[in-house]
Design a protein around this ligand. Structure first.
Ligand SMILES: [Zn+2]
Length: 296
């Protein structure tokens, strides 16, 4: 199927269609155009939609405007790709990202007092609605750490106990008070990979929040979780799964492998190829898993 940016369904529609069918979309963070090439190759190979994410740090190295142009090119070649401004901590940065052409934005006030989190998210929704485009806004509840790396231990203050996780009541009030389109709750998920083992996701909590809020739910910190847990989370109501740390590790290992196998090679297109190939394979596998949804 060929798409162009005018006729392709919007991200809002893609998420709704996935929800109707009990599926989820994969969200893959990238730091450069080689990683974006890998996500596009996986989207082409699987024929499935994918969301490309750029955090504030990633955007500094690979600006949204550049990613947008490349994604438009991949779309014209038949890939269904969307661009998300991942974890955005200020209204100013949110405004810049929306102007630069993202399809969605993660406004992250999870570390703020609840009232300020609500105010920041509501202000971001207002900017998105005034943009003249259909920009989807995702809000964050509950601290799940900030670092997409391999960590020695669970970050301090992370909401991984049943008491600390996002409650269905808080989630419901937050969605009503902000007007956000999607919600990322804390349900046992953590950014980064914990060396001693990943905490378990609370499938029961995902189910309860999904029933309470009535908007699609987004799972952050997908790296390190086993495939069965993803499938259970999608059955319980997760519509988008974020993967970052696993991709970073694969990319780095691929570069190291390329350099080791070709110690005298100067051509980047040769020594970088294994990293792009590894990442493509990994992203395609995750896309198929998330798309299998209830059947997975
Ligand atoms: Zn995240």
């Amino acid at each position: 199927m060929r798409y162009n940016t005018k006729t392709m369904r919007t991200l809002r529609e893609a998420v709704r269609d996935a929800g109707v069918n009990g599926r989820a979309l994969g969200h893959f963070n990238v730091s450069d155009s080689n990683q974006l090439t890998a996500v596009a190759a996986a989207a082409r190979e699987t024929g499935l939609p994918a969301i490309v994410g750029l955090s504030e740090g990633e955007r500094k190295f690979f600006p949204i405007e550049e990613a947008r142009l490349l994604i438009n090119l991949y779309i014209s070649r038949g890939c269904e790709l969307y661009l998300n401004a991942d974890h955005t901590y200020s209204l100013e940065k949110a405004r810049q990202a929306i102007e630069a052409g993202v399809d969605s934005i993660v406004i992250d006030g999870a570390a703020l007092p609840q009232e300020q989190n609500v105010a920041l998210a509501a202000a971001c929704v207002a900017v998105a609605r005034a943009s003249g485009r259909d920009v989807v806004v995702e809000g964050e509840l509950g601290y799940i750490g900030k670092s997409s790396e391999v960590l020695e231990r669970i970050p301090e203050g992370a909401a991984i106990t049943e008491e600390a996780m996002t409650s269905p009541e808080t989630a419901k009030a937050y969605v009503a008070g902000t007007g956000i389109d999607m919600l990322a709750p804390a349900v046992g998920n953590i950014h980064g990979i914990i060396a001693g083992g990943q905490p378990k996701l609370s499938i029961g909590r995902i189910t309860d929040i999904a029933h309470a809020v009535g908007v699609p739910l987004v799972l952050h910190g997908g790296s390190g979780s086993p495939d069965e847990e993803f499938s259970a989370a999608i059955r319980a109501g997760i519509a988008i799964v974020h993967i970052n740390t696993d991709l970073r590790l694969r990319y780095r290992e691929g570069i190291e492998r390329g350099l080791k196998e070709m110690p005298d090679e100067a051509a980047p297109y040769k020594f970088l190829a294994p990293a792009v190939e590894d990442m493509t394979r990994y992203v395609a596998q995750k896309m198929r898993l998330f798309a299998a949804g209830r059947a997975g």
